[in-house]
Design a protein around this ligand. Structure first.
Ligand SMILES: Cc1ncc(COP(=O)(O)O)c(C=O)c1O
Length: 405
């Protein structure tokens, strides 16, 4: 057991958390190992507890505003960890990164406009496009033995064919675990620039670098005129319940459009606890993050090596970033058998591969992605938990699959 796990692992059952206590609702059972929704079973950095304790001690919760030191903590973090200098006027609060996607789609595109994603993709991207009345189009990532890369020719062809207006980009990519290379990001951006496509870049997982080195989209290519970055401390430090995310918008014209778009949403200011906790995490959480990454890397290595050794035909995508392991069980199980084996027999709650593809009715522009989703036999395993839970889940999967011959 790593020191990090000893100090910070916490059995969250009974705390009202979605991940464990929400399983009854989502999966119809509460005795499963929770490896689905993307948050961690770890307490936050000590600096967060100290700052929140101070606030509780003060016990005053009147109107509040973000201090310069909050902005500075975020700007310093981005500069130090990712080499990108954010300027304070570029920063906007959003309650969540997904909420940010909805808002920027609303601000930058019109109903009926085509918006592109790289498929398979974190499913709220698809909902965001559709719920805002935009038209979802997909470009399938190329999958070679579990290693995914953009299909640049297809990406450009779809943009042209469908007259795409915005690209919702996931970097690092959930669910395939890629930390995109600078050249890959630059090539996508170059295509977007050529065809007048806005880029909404979701970089919520950017601190969760396991083997890859994250390159901020805004620094991969001169794209500040048509790109916004959405990020948060929520995935990095396990603080999603505070509903606090950040949009970085370097371009003044985009800022004006965005500010005008959100103006009617009154009462949507950030909660003071978010400002306080997030500043404390950025200022005092670096050592915590290093400990956490060490455990995540070790969990990922264990899961990949053990699964591959026992089940030679399994495809485990290399986990370069995020803590969400994308595993193809297609050599052993049909898509229709996944639930019976993984959930009912192994007692593991996971996200299913098909969730990350558009359903046929959703996919207007590209039927390939919908077809791939129907035939998909992936599961997405959340490894941000104790080694014991990871061992238990991996052991149960191997036993159940081997038993079937
Ligand atoms: C790529 C990605 N974006 C956004 C989110 C959710 O962010 P938020 O809760 O801030 O909306 C997640 C959560 O898993 C995610 O993986």
């Amino acid at each position: 057991m790593t020191d990090f796990e000893k100090k910070y692992y916490w059995d969250r059952r009974g705390s009202g958390c979605a991940k464990w206590d929400g399983m009854k609702m989502g999966f119809g059972a509460d005795d499963l190992i929770a490896m689905w929704v993307a948050d961690m079973d770890f307490r936050c950095p000590d600096s967060v507890r100290e700052a929140m304790s101070k606030l509780a001690e003060m016990n005053t919760y009147g109107y509040n505003f973000p201090s310069f030191s909050y902005y500075k903590a975020f700007m310093d973090w981005e500069q130090k960890r990712h080499g990108y200098q954010v300027e304070q006027p570029w920063i906007r609060y959003t309650p969540g990164v997904v909420c940010g996607i909805y808002r920027f789609l609303g601000a930058l595109t019109a109903p009926g406009d085509a918006c592109i994603i790289l498929s398979p993709c974190y499913y709220p991207f698809m909902s965001a496009v559709e719920d805002t009345g935009r038209r979802l189009v997909c470009s399938m990532l190329k999958n070679e033995g579990g290693v995914y890369t953009p299909d640049f020719e297809d990406f450009e062809a779809v943009i042209l064919r469908e007259k795409v207006k915005a690209f919702v980009f996931c970097s690092p990519h959930n669910p395939v675990g890629r930390v995109w290379k600078k050249e890959e990001i630059a090539r996508l951006l170059e295509i977007c620039e050529k065809h007048g496509v806005y880029v909404i870049s979701d970089e919520i997982h950017h601190d969760l670098e396991l083997t890859g080195k994250h390159v901020p989209t805004l620094s991969a290519y001169p794209c500040e005129k048509f790109t916004v970055m959405l990020t948060a401390a929520s995935k990095t430090f396990n603080m999603a319940g505070l509903s606090h995310s950040i949009a970085v918008v370097p371009d003044e014209t985009i800022r004006k459009k965005y500010d005008a778009y959100v103006k009617p949403f009154t009462g949507m200011n950030a909660n003071m606890t978010g400002y306080i906790a997030i500043e404390a995490a950025y200022r005092g959480g670096e050592e915590w993050l290093e400990g956490c990454l060490k455990l995540l890397r070790s969990n990922a290595k264990y899961a990949e090596e053990t699964l591959k050794a026992a089940l030679p035909k399994i495809v485990v995508s290399p986990l370069e970033g995020t803590y969400l392991q994308w595993v193809d069980l297609g050599a052993y199980l049909k898509p229709s058998e996944l639930k019976a084996v993984v959930q009912d027999e192994c007692r593991i709650a996971v996200d299913w591969g098909h969730q990350f593809f558009p359903s046929e009715s959703k996919c207007e522009g590209d039927r390939l992605a919908a077809e791939a989703g129907k035939a998909d036999a992936h599961i997405r395993l959340n490894l941000a938990t104790s080694r014991e839970n990871v061992v238990l889940a991996v052991t149960r999967l191997i036993e159940a699959i081997k038993k079937r011959g």
